[in-house]
Ligand binder design. Structure first.
Ligand SMILES: [Zn+2]
Length: 223
């Protein structure tokens, strides 16, 4: 999300957009602007901003394209949000976690056209790596198939299949020319991806415990 601020250069006011959350601590605190000026022979503008959250207070620089209608091009420094996924998912598909984090950075900067396909790509890694963990011998087959076919053929758990299928529907909307699901947006897509990871974690952990503890222990059988 972006918010508007007015900056002054050469006694002239310009409206620019700045992130509404701090790019370092990610809190939605008041963002103040201080210095602002032309850079690179007036081809762009840079604005020094600051997070008002007491524990943070970092300065960061927003870079814009040419005035008078400046585009926010970059925010630096930028610390990626912490990995929101449990260890099971990070271990199952580190590539999913890293692409998801890049997509979140893009979303954080308001770059929705980049974030959507990024989440879609992250999801493909999640579902394929999960399928490969279930069917390690069919690795090549899984890698070469479309994600939809992988979900239909290699994901037996009905709960995972239900959310993963909907992820695919909304994910296609992020990469195709026409949207089919006009009442659902990027937030819904991200929620569905998180739901898929939750079910995968439940399924994975439950299975691991059943395998580790196949029967009643000898002590328990005596009592
Ligand atoms: Zn901050």
């Amino acid at each position: 999300m972006l918010i508007k601020r007015v900056i002054h250069i050469d006694n002239q006011g310009y409206q620019v957009e700045v992130p509404d959350a701090c790019p370092v601590c990610h809190r939605h605190s008041e963002i103040t602007t201080s210095a602002a000026d032309w850079v690179e022979n007036r081809r762009g503008v840079q604005v020094v901003c600051r997070c008002a959250y007491q524990e943070c207070r970092v300065f960061f620089i927003c870079s814009y394209g040419p005035m008078p209608s400046p585009n926010l091009l970059a925010v630096r420094p930028l610390k990626p949000p912490e990995n929101p996924f449990p260890g099971t998912i990070s271990k199952l598909s580190p590539t999913f976690v890293s692409i998801f984090s890049e997509a979140s950075e893009a979303k954080h900067l308001g770059l929705m056209q980049i974030a959507g396909p990024g989440y879609r790509k992250a999801f493909e890694f999640l579902i394929k790596d999960y399928a490969k963990s279930l069917e390690p011998l069919k690795e090549k087959d899984i890698e070469s198939k479309f994600s939809g076919a992988v979900v239909a053929e290699f994901v037996p758990d009905a709960r995972i299949q239900a959310v993963a299928t909907r992820c695919l529907w909304l994910g296609n909307d992020e990469t195709h020319y026409l949207r089919r699901w006009t009442d659902h947006d990027l937030e819904d897509f991200v929620t569905l991806i998180k739901l898929t990871t939750n079910w995968i974690e439940i399924e994975h952990l439950s299975k691991a415990y059943v395998e580790e503890m196949p029967e009643k222990s000898p002590q328990a059988q005596k009592s």
